[in-house]
Write a protein that binds this ligand. Structure first.
Ligand code: DGT
Ligand code: MG
Length: 376
């Protein structure tokens, strides 16, 4: 945790990518309330309100100590009237009536349940809600509404809605590495996402794969998944091959500056046996239902060529808000476009190369922020 003297709230920088944001901070009751309102705004398609609440929560996470008086909010960046009012209410009453009302509403609870399903976004959840659906049972009675991904998401709902622990992520890393090395010796598998930021639990496990020789990594995922499948470890998978053809296309991709990237990637649900030694898959017959001696886990694999690896690593480490702020900072303060493929200067029409995350922060004139301090 930062010490009180380390950050002077009056001089807290405006962008989350300019701040150190540790995983554990001093203002949890406020950030939880603001995140609930952000989430609820997202359910209503109010992107602006979502970002305002999220920015306010993120500022509180970076503070060196707890807010004990509403006057401490004065001078903080990104802190609007509404967020201030919520904090004041919490300080005075220990509870916010607005937040409680949201949490207890049928709309919020149903949207939260539906969007928690693998493969279900806000749009789909909203459609189902308007059709009168409210529970998982309602959905199971309407299977024709479900695609293959959502159907798998519901089938494994119980396992997928419980946290993945760090030791489970490490166990999956060993399984994935084993398969990757068999297919492509010399390749590396890096744990990214929340676990790289020091989280002890997460909703999924994110891996970034590369190889020191550019081009060797192409087409890796189908072979890796084939191997895992033969071991009976794949409960669901959807692989997307990369869709960048040459550098011109890459430049186009960077200049689009969207969060969606063009890497070869796989969204999967893998089976993690409780004790790998006691697991003997029957030939051609994987565990189709989670039994009590293992667990279904969401795993994302992304493959990046070594020349783009630093950008992919920075882009996949998160947090999501930290990423959004990095892109906003690049655009607004440096007139450059950043995404998980590269950093592009539209006026100079040039892409800036980077061999490490540090290089990217340097290009942007930012102090390097370590992964553990990106929990914005
Ligand atoms: P978790 O899994 O809920 O514990 O928390 P995180 O931080 O691992 O979140 P997750 O797994 O949704 O995403 C990890 C990071 O990867 C996130 O900060 C942004 C990035 N990311 C996720 N999906 C995409 C995507 O489709 N494209 C790109 N470029 N980045 C993505
Ligand atoms: Mg994750």
């Amino acid at each position: 945790l930062p010490t009180r003297s380390q950050v002077d709230p009056g001089s807290l920088p405006a962008y989350a990518c300019q701040r150190h944001t540790p995983l554990n901070h001093h203002n949890l009751c406020f950030t939880e309330a603001l995140e609930t309102l952000a989430e609820a705004a997202g359910f209503e398609g109010s992107q602006g309100r979502l970002i305002s609440f999220r920015r306010a929560a993120s500022v509180l996470r970076a503070l060196p100590g707890p807010i004990t008086n509403v006057s401490q909010l004065r001078g903080l960046p990104c802190f609007g009237d509404h967020s201030s009012r919520i904090v004041q209410e919490l300080l005075e009453h220990g509870i916010s009536s607005e937040v409680e009302r949201v949490k207890q509403s049928e709309r919020y609870q149903t949207m939260k349940l539906f969007t928690q399903i693998f493969g279900v976004g806000v749009k789909t959840a909203d459609k189902w809600y308007r059709e009168g659906l409210r529970t998982l049972e309602d959905l199971q009675g309407q299977t024709r509404k479900l695609n293959r991904q959502q159907e798998a998401g519901i089938r494994h709902f119980e396992d997928l809605s419980s946290s993945v622990w760090r030791h489970e992520a490490d166990a999956i890393q060993r399984v994935v590495e084993e398969a990757v090395w068999q297919v492509l010796p010399g390749a590396s598998v890096t744990l990214t996402g929340g676990f790289r930021r020091g989280k002890l639990q997460g909703h999924d496990v994110d891996f970034l794969i590369t190889h020191p020789v550019e081009g060797q990594e192409a087409g890796l995922i189908p072979k890796v998944m084939g191997l895992l499948e033969s071991q009976g470890l794949v409960l669901y998978q959807h692989t997307q091959s990369n869709h960048y053809q040459d550098f011109k296309d890459l430049e186009h991709k960077v200049s689009q500056s969207t969060a969606i990237d063009a890497y070869e990637r796989c969204f999967s649900i893998l089976w993690l046996p409780k004790s790998p030694t006691s697991f003997h898959p029957e030939a051609g017959e994987g565990p189709k239902e989670p039994s009590r001696d293992g667990k279904a886990v969401r795993v994302d694999l992304v493959v990046a060529p070594i020349s783009q690896f630093a950008f992919a690593l920075l882009g996949w480490t998160g947090s999501q808000h930290f990423e959004r702020e990095l892109r906003r900072f690049s655009r607004a303060e440096k007139q450059m476009l950043l995404n998980s493929h590269g950093l592009y200067h539209p006026e100079k029409k040039e892409s800036l190369p980077a061999a490490s995350e540090e290089d990217i922060f340097t290009h942007l004139g930012l102090e390097y922020i370590a992964p553990e301090q990106r929990n914005a």
